[in-house]
Design a protein around this ligand. Structure first.
Ligand code: C2E
Ligand code: MG
Ligand code: MG
Length: 503
């Protein structure tokens, strides 16, 4: 009983954390979009022939301000002084301030600029060359939220550019230091990097503690729908013409996706015995969009199945030879609940596995327990997949709604202990009581275990001591592009002097 109440409490907090993370990410996207919009205005004004504060120059600057959504004014500097803006010439030029932050590629930011030609609260200036544009900083966090949430954007050093509500400075410093997401005594918070800045979201922990599990579950679908829709809207605005669904569909058609591989090691020997295939969507600016952002959109629009097929195809092409050369090596592929229930992907997978000469037991399918709608259908498909020789792993174990009942009814091979339980080891006494229960349960059921999200040697030592067989996490390696993964695998083998080099 004690164990269940802990599990339940952690589930609620985990969901809340995910919700807050979604908003931090949306805010980061809003920051990117706003800065992009301002950069486009700078690029346009730099291309102007007139740069002389003539009426034509001032009129053109005014036109660019009108066309851009996020900027208030454009200023033109000469010899270190502001000499005119889109609103007119200055009788007394104003000395240029030194930028507060360098953004690279010639861009920099100046904080808390008080405009001289119009009344406004302090603005943020984006500058390049002889021009600076003034941005309404409220625009940076212009994301629709529920009322209890505080959104903000700050530099990594803790200088707050904009905040939608109130937040204690220590909390902001703490969340910037933690980078991703966290649960404090009183708050659940998350931050996300954007153009050298950090966007963050904070909610009070109070409601989660007083809310029963079922209340929370009722609220959850709505919050997910809202955040998924918002992600869609932001992506749509950023691409300007295409709907989010169309953008994603085109990207699938153009095969814009790549797969990265995160090593999985045998904890007793340190050997790299497997890899998890993780999808990435490269963006125009060379950044990678993480699956947490686009998988919900793919699921909501039904495009997810095409992504599953694409991942299977890429993985088998890139990893086929490694799998043939090392029959003890396996690859883990994430299968969304809908595909697992229908088993739709199985014939295609069988064909490519046969073509590549890979043994089906070298393919592990990771499914997330929370996603099944029709458990009976899922059980049948899982049985069919196992009959075909694949191994079935339950991903993010401990975070779904039906962990225990599911375990009894499902024919499984492995359990992946969710990162939140590994995070708690050595850090959070209350939460770390759950991990031993999960581990004991998996031992009883004779399931292989994979500890996910191992970041410290303390966590590694803990799971090793508890006889967890496999581990995955940044302590060993982040997810790597296929070539880098092969290099990692070769180095790992050479270090262990276990087998001749794989080439
Ligand atoms: P997951 O399957 O639970 O994948 C593990 C996630 O944890 C990955 O995030 C991985 O990069 C991250 N991770 C691993 N070790 C550490 C660590 O030590 N510290 C931290 N902070 N993170 C760690 P990623 O790649 O962003 O994937 C997120 C989720 O997106 C995945 O969770 C999975 O549910 C989904 N996903 C990824 N690729 C695919 C795919 O090809 N198909 C489907 N359907 N879903 C995918
Ligand atoms: Mg996974
Ligand atoms: Mg996982």
């Amino acid at each position: 009983m004690i164990m269940l109440s802990h599990v339940q409490q952690i589930r609620i907090l985990k969901e809340e954390q995910k919700y807050v993370s979604d908003y931090a990410r949306l805010t980061a996207m809003r920051v990117d979009l706003t800065l992009d919009n301002a950069k486009q205005a700078l690029v346009r004004v730099e291309a102007e022939r007139n740069a002389d504060c003539s009426p034509e120059h001032i009129r053109r600057m005014g036109q660019i301000v009108l066309d851009a959504h996020s900027i208030q004014d454009i200023g033109f500097f000469r010899n270190g002084h502001l000499v005119c803006t889109s609103l007119g010439g200055l009788s007394t030029p104003i000395p240029q301030r030194r930028p507060d932050m360098d953004l690279g590629q010639g861009y920099s930011l100046v904080f808390a600029v008080e405009p001289k030609l119009f009344r406004s609260k302090p603005l943020v200036e984006l500058r390049r060359g002889n021009y600076g544009v003034l941005i309404r900083s409220g625009r940076l966090i212009d994301v629709v939220t529920d009322t209890g949430m505080t959104l903000g954007v700050a530099t990594n050093q803790g200088h707050v550019l904009e905040l939608s509500g109130t937040a204690e400075p220590q909390l902001i410093r703490a969340l910037l230091a933690r980078q991703n997401a966290g649960i404090g005594d009183r708050y659940v918070f998350a931050s996300h990097r954007a153009a050298g800045l950090a966007a963050f979201a904070i909610v009070d922990r109070e409601p989660a503690q007083t809310m029963s599990g079922s209340d929370w579950r009722e609220m959850l679908p709505l919050s997910l729908v809202i955040s998924t829709a918002l992600i869609g809207i932001v992506i749509w605005v950023s691409r300007q013409q295409l709907s989010p669904e169309k953008t994603l569909e085109l990207a699938i058609q153009k095969r814009e996706f790549v797969v990265h591989y995160q090593p999985i090691v045998e904890l007793s020997t340190g050997r790299c015995v497997a890899a998890e295939a993780l999808l990435r969507w490269p963006q125009r600016k060379g950044e990678m969009m993480n699956p947490d952002t686009f998988i919900p959109l793919a699921e909501a629009t039904g495009l997810i199945s095409r992504l599953t097929d694409l991942v299977i195809e890429i993985v088998m092409k890139e990893m086929g030879s490694l799998l043939r050369n090392d029959r003890h090596f396996h690859i883990s592929i994430n299968i969304p609940a809908g595909d697992m229930e229908s088993g739709r992907f199985l014939p295609g997978l069988a064909a490519v596995v046969r073509k590549e000469g890979v043994d089906p037991s070298q393919v592990w399918l990771e499914v997330t327990e929370g996603g099944f709608i029709n458990a009976d259908a899922a059980i049948n498909a899982i049985k069919a997949a196992r009959a075909a020789g694949y191994q079935i792993t339950i991903d993010d174990f401990g975070t779904g709604y039906s962990s225990l009942s599911l375990l009894e009814g499902l024919p499984l091979d492995a359990l992946k202990i969710d990162k939140s339980f590994i995070d708690a080891i050595g850090r959070d006494a209350a939460k770390s009581v759950v991990a031993p229960h999960i581990i004991a349960m998996a031992h009883d059921l004779k399931l292989c275990m994979i500890a996910e999200g191992i970041e410290t040697s303390e966590q590694e030592a803990y799971v090793k001591e508890a006889n967890v067989q496999l581990g995955q996490g940044w302590l060993f390696s982040k997810a790597l592009p296929s070539e880098q993964f092969r290099a990692f695998y070769n180095r790992n083998r050479a270090a262990a002097q276990l087998q001749p080099d794989f080439t």
